[in-house]
Design a protein around this ligand. Sequence first.
Ligand code: DC
Length: 219
Amino acid sequence: MSKQIAIDGPAGAGKSTIARRVAKNLGFIYVDTGAMYRAMALFMKKEGIGADETEKIVEKCKAADITIKHENGEQMVFLNGENVNGLIRTQEVGNMASAISVIGYVREKLVELQQKLAETTDVVMDGRDIGTVVLPNAECKVYLTASSKVRADRRFKELTEKGMECDIDVIEKEIIERDYRDMHRDISPLKQADDAVLVDSSDMTIDEVVDKIITLYKG
Ligand code: DC
């Protein structure tokens, strides 16, 4: 059976940076499930559909072919054949992804893709429902979090480094709203799995978190 490490947690907790490094260290594939929800959100935006138009989203969702490829260890997300990696990292797409991820049909479609990927490959997968729903039998589960202030600081730095203009207070407010929506939706809400280890990265360096997860995995 393939080996699985599940990392869940709120927006901006450092999941992708950490998961990517853990995967590299262990020779596993890193699967960023948020990117799939983001690609679906981008599709809906391109189609001119709003976050609250559930029926249209369910209908249009069928026309979105989302696939994943790995090039030099980096995950590439394709939306109907187009590599959309460079288009999905905005705060706006993230908020839309959170909004459409409450819809059961959207989740079923993406969860199926995620489970297929993990069937045959050793993975470090990050998201919101990996330890609870997608990979319930993962041998190592981590719930990675940090205070909303620290997470907003990190996201602010990330965005300004990319040359995007942003306001730190708006970012923190959006992070708190996104956490609330992700944690309170009816289907697969973000929560710590019973057998997940809680890691609060507020006062930890990236290396410390990576080491901690590898130690937990090697047990
Ligand atoms: O991790 P991220 O910020 O790229 O995720 C964007 C949104 O997608 C997140 O706010 C909620 C949704 N998501 C989800 O519902 N389940 C996942 N496994 C991953 C992301």
